[in-house]
Design a protein. Sequence first.
Length: 167
Amino acid sequence: MQPDNSALAALLNSSTGQQLAANPDEIQALLEYHVLNGSYSASAITNMTQFIPTALTNMSYTNVTGGQRVEAMASGSNIEFISGLLQNSTVVQADLKFAGGIIHVIDSVLTLPQNVSTTLIDGGLSSLYGALNATNLLDMVNGFGNVTIFAPSNKLVSHCTMKDKWS
């Protein structure tokens, strides 16, 4: 998957792009996240969700066994790749073949998945973040790998009597 020129320009002109420019390791991780392990033609992406492994295996950026994955699925006539914080990238040109595989041009840069703390805050789950922080579990949870976390919404937590202690 390769972001088109406008997607790269938008990234470079953002605060995220400026942060990336200062960190070559993060640029490498972002580029590796845009490379899928294996050749996947557009017809191989169906309306059934698939989690396809990427070339991003650097443990500084992923603690998922076998490396980071990106979600892929067909939605109507579109092929979409869903990355960190559920950011959608749509294929605007599919199946450009080259000697080593296939390129799909996408309309936005995939976002790298973040640790639990950042994901909770960015995902609007500040009550769970506060609960984990108040109970000194945040660092431990940030270190987890290969886990699935069920996070109650802030609305649900607001009904809980412990809310004031967590926030």
